[in-house]
Design a protein around this ligand. Structure first.
Ligand code: ZN
Length: 104
């Protein structure tokens, strides 16, 4: 298992790897437990902490492997989509939606 300085990367126990949570009103919000990453560092003592942005480069490969494993569990066989990529895509869709349909 991957470990760095005694810590391991684990799926976020709050959002189960999604990086966001469904709100009661049907909207979604970034998971506060993992800051939207879907994964957290877990120490030997069992305490979780957000993956610092400065560590993303070092754990990117492991995050991708974990994400592929998660998607396989869900029966999805395509390319892994990381939460932040999905957020970017959603932003793009919003922009297109605001522009509206082209004039006929
Ligand atoms: Zn989370």
């Amino acid at each position: 298992m991957f470990s760095m300085d005694g810590e391991t990367l684990v799926r976020c126990p709050s959002c189960d790897g999604y990086g966001w949570l469904d709100e009661e009103d049907g909207s979604t919000a970034d998971c506060g437990w993992c800051a939207g990453a879907g994964y957290v560092f877990r120490s030997e003592q069992g305490t979780d902490r957000v993956i610092p942005e400065s560590d993303y480069g070092r754990v990117a490969g492991e995050l991708e492997a974990l994400e592929r494993e998660r998607l396989r569990e869900m029966g999805y066989s395509g390319d892994a989509k990381k939460p932040w990529e999905q957020a970017i895509r959603l932003d793009r869709n919003d922009g297109l939606a605001q522009r509206g349909a082209p004039d006929a």
